[in-house]
Design a protein around this ligand. Structure first.
Ligand SMILES: *Cc1c(COP(=O)(O)O)cnc(C)c1O
Length: 375
């Protein structure tokens, strides 16, 4: 693989065609349900503007972010009129900001509902809104008791056009977990109390729990970006990222020589060591020390010693001398090693590996037919 920008230590290639293909696959699984795109955290680290353009070109018409700031940014990269939902809602004092940027707050508690209604009243307008109810995760969304209490007041939705009722699954990546069905049942109950209001429950893994979880709108994030929604099963989605870091230096060490911080690795025999230009400051976690591999022409070379801030040492003894040289890109995310593989080695999940991908990489986008987007 080539690194077209020689100044950067590593090159991250983001395949927008793969993201588009994943969107199509998820939408097809949803059959009748519409499919939104979750673009929080800079589209899981892959670049919100580019991902937004790719999804929009694929027909995606509903977007979700976590923070208001993210919504303001995303709004700049979408054609006018695309609903952008802010999942943290309008926090105290931000309702006007939300409205001015044409963002729809997800109302998570009675306070957020009251504030959004107050703004509607002040302006004498009907404002769009999404209601989130907690069905068992106890993280975000209205508690069932609050929801019941609010409904006693016949005016509780005055000034609002409720466009969606949503909830979020805690265990969707474990298909047999009993909490899935419990949450689905509770969501059905809430939905029955809001007739005619479209409903949304499924994140990426939820899409794979079957039609009973699809409702009107799917809300995948991770699966769009190639993370396996069903750990344990083969990943039906396309990998969207590849990463290669360049060789800084090559050396030969002898038996007894130490490698890296803390002298945690000592060579048992003569070894050839390559130092590559990526480290934990680039999101290549220190927890990967001694537990991961890079790939030279598809051949695995192990990490030796501790991962440093800016560099990692590899044992490349098995690679012919003329197949590796300073400046050469060495693969870290490639056909042989996925984001989920690296996450497993680091003791975390693919979501964390993706969202920590560093800011020092040279970033290349492929499949940019729709970039810059034409309005
Ligand atoms: C992040 C998030 C999603 C997307 O989840 P994935 O598992 O990445 O598909 C959907 N809904 C809510 C409320 C979220 O916070």
């Amino acid at each position: 693989m080539s690194v077209p920008y020689p100044r950067a230590g590593a090159c991250l290639t983001i395949d927008l065609d793969a993201i588009r293909a994943n969107y199509r696959a998820l939408r097809a699984l949803g059959a009748g349900a519409d499919c939104a795109g979750v673009l929080k955290a800079d589209a899981y680290g892959l670049g919100m503007p580019q991902v937004a353009a790719a999804l929009d070109a694929e027909g995606c018409r509903n977007y979700f972010v976590a923070h208001l700031e993210e919504g303001i940014r995303l709004r700049q990269h979408l054609p006018a009129g695309r609903p952008v939902h802010v999942m943290h809602g309008a926090m105290p004092g931000t309702a006007r900001d939300c409205l001015e940027h044409d963002l729809i707050p997800v109302l998570n508690d009675p306070g957020q509902l009251a504030e959004w209604r107050a703004l509607a009243g002040e302006l004498g307008r009907v404002l769009p809104a999404v209601l989130q109810v907690d069905t068992g995760m106890s993280r975000m969304g209205m508690a069932r008791a609050d929801f019941e209490r609010l409904r006693q007041d016949p005016t509780w939705l005055d000034g609002l056009h409720l466009q969606l009722v949503m909830s979020h699954l805690a265990c969707a990546d474990e298909p047999d977990h009993p909490v899935n069905d419990l949450q689905r049942q509770r969501f059905e109950e809430v939905r029955a109390l809001l007739p005619g209001v479209p409903a949304s429950l499924a994140n990426s893994s939820g899409v794979f729990l079957g039609a009973g979880y699809h409702f009107d709108l799917l809300r995948p994030g991770a699966a769009l970006y190639g993370i396996n929604p069903q750990p344990g099963n083969a990943n039906p989605l396309a990998q969207a990222v590849s990463l290669a870091a360049r060789v800084v230096q090559l050396r030969t060490v002898g038996a007894g020589d130490i490698i890296g911080y803390g002298a945690r690795h000592v060579a048992k025999s003569e070894r050839r060591i390559a130092t590559i230009a990526i480290g934990y400051a680039d999101g290549w976690l220190r927890a990967l020390s001694g537990r991961s591999h890079a790939f030279v022409d598809g051949v695995a070379v192990p990490f030796v010693g501790n991962v440093s801030m800016d560099s990692i040492t590899l044992d490349v003894t098995g690679i012919a001398e003329d197949r590796i040289a300073p400046g050469q890109p060495i693969d870290l995310l490639c056909a042989q090693q996925t984001v989920d593989d690296v996450a497993a080695q680091a003791g975390t999940i693919g979501y964390e590996v993706l969202t920590r991908l560093g800011s020092r990489f040279n970033r290349q986008y492929v499949g940019l037919a729709a970039w810059p987007p034409t309005r």
